[in-house]
Ligand binder design. Structure first.
Ligand SMILES: Cc1ncc(COP(=O)(O)O)c(C=O)c1O
Length: 400
């Protein structure tokens, strides 16, 4: 069957507007399309492909598990799921793990758990959730409502209730909003989709203190920041704060769909048998790939490499800015980097993304004014060089 981009418009629900080309093959941080054109990948499948494309160890893990057993459901457990959970527990604050398939589902589980825990331990009316403007937590109705962009949650009828939004990095606003009826504060330690904005250290410590004061659970959404992305295994490790619940997805499977919710034994008790579940959660194929990816990312050398490459990326962006004077801010942590356009170029982020694709480079945006970069954690210096040469061409084209 001939497959072309035109087929997308014919057979797919029109909620996406994918690029004109179809990638068919990848190796490391290079991708090839149907016509054989090559691209440098600074997008990483939106912060997913932590080890690039077709990493031999991940391919082997998938093949090996594929020959054994793919799926049994949670009526049985499986070896890769248990090994992955043990690795997550050993490497983090967590004592218990709930495995699922996507970031949204991990956050859905976290919010449901927080509600149940607070009702069980405190009172029926301790159900309020505080989240942040511009935050992003997924597209299920609960998580998209917790996200702070009404453009994503409006138009679907009545929303799940008892969710309040305040400004990120505004501790006074949190102090005013939080109460003994708050069951959880849901926060990204670095807002990804919202514009690549870091939480200030004092703010995040203040959030923890206010949660403690009001017996509210602190949920860190590390779907985008987790698994080495910021140069820490999890971003919370670079703060002085430990959350009560943490969600991780994206890079966890290195490209295979999987996610997890991590928490303590005490809190986990509130999801008793039958209270929550997922057919695919903890699928053996996904877990076999994820445990391999996790071992490869969770090394001192890999995490130090992310911090070093952050400097390389930021230096390249600064050079671009000397040439074109188009960035008002270059920010982010590790290999989650944002470059905010000056007012003169507001609204042009997508044009640059499209021009970059034509020049052979995959990048991301975070809203209309921010270019976002989330490449593989093991991207090579040579791939970075080539990518920036292409970005220079693309920007020159857009600005001419
Ligand atoms: C911080 C954060 N949370 C949740 C999600 C949703 O993850 P998924 O698309 O896997 O449901 C995303 C996706 O971009 C995200 O960046």
């Amino acid at each position: 069957m001939a497959v072309s981009r035109a087929l997308f418009d014919e057979v797919m629900v029109p909620n996406y507007a994918p690029s004109a080309v179809i990638p068919v093959r990848g190796k490391g941080s290079r991708v090839w399309d149907q016509q054989g054109n090559n691209y440098i990948d600074f997008a990483g499948g939106i912060a997913v492909n932590c080890l690039g494309h077709a990493h031999p160890a991940l391919v082997s893990a998938l093949k090996e598990q594929g020959e054994k057993i793919w799926h049994v459901s949670n009526i049985w457990t499986n070896e890769p799921a248990l090994r992955l959970a043990k690795k997550l527990v050993d490497a983090t604050f967590a004592e218990k793990v709930f495995l699922t398939n996507s970031g949204a589902e991990a956050n859905e589980a976290a919010l449901k758990l927080a509600r149940r825990y607070s009702i069980e331990h405190f009172s029926e009316d301790k159900v309020e959730i505080i989240a942040f403007n511009q935050g992003f937590h997924g597209r299920t109705f609960f998580t998209v409502t917790a996200g702070g962009q009404s453009a994503y949650s409006d138009g679907f009828g009545p929303k799940p209730g008892a969710i309040t939004h305040i400004n990120y990095n505004d501790l006074a606003a949190l102090e005013a909003a939080i109460s003994d009826k708050t069951c959880a504060v849901l926060i990204e330690p670095l807002q990804g989709e919202g514009g690549v904005i870091s939480a200030e250290p004092d703010f995040i410590k203040g959030v923890r203190a206010l949660c403690d004061k009001h017996n509210a659970l602190l949920i860190f959404d590390e779907v985008q920041t987790g698994v080495g992305r910021t140069g820490e295994l999890y971003a919370y490790m670079g703060t002085e704060v430990v959350p009560d619940i943490l969600t991780t997805a994206k890079a966890l499977g290195g490209g295979f769909p999987i996610a997890a919710m991590l928490t303590t034994t005490k809190i986990a008790q509130s999801l008793k048998v039958g209270t929550h579940g997922s057919t695919y959660g903890g699928n053996a194929l996904a877990c076999a790939v994820a445990e391999t990816a996790f071992d490869l990312v969770n090394t001192t050398a890999m995490l130090a490499g992310v911090k070093q490459k952050e400097q390389v990326f930021k230096a390249h962006l600064a050079t671009l800015n000397e040439q074109f004077n188009l960035f008002a801010d270059i920010r982010g942590k590790g290999l989650l980097i944002g470059a905010e356009l000056t007012e003169q170029y507001h609204g042009k982020a997508r044009d640059i993304l499209v021009a970059a694709a034509s020049a052979g480079l995959m990048i991301l945006v975070a809203g209309p004014n921010v270019l976002r970069f989330a490449p593989a954690l093991n991207i090579t210096d040579e791939e970075i060089e080539l990518g920036f040469a292409r970005l220079t061409t693309a920007i020159a084209e857009v600005l001419k």
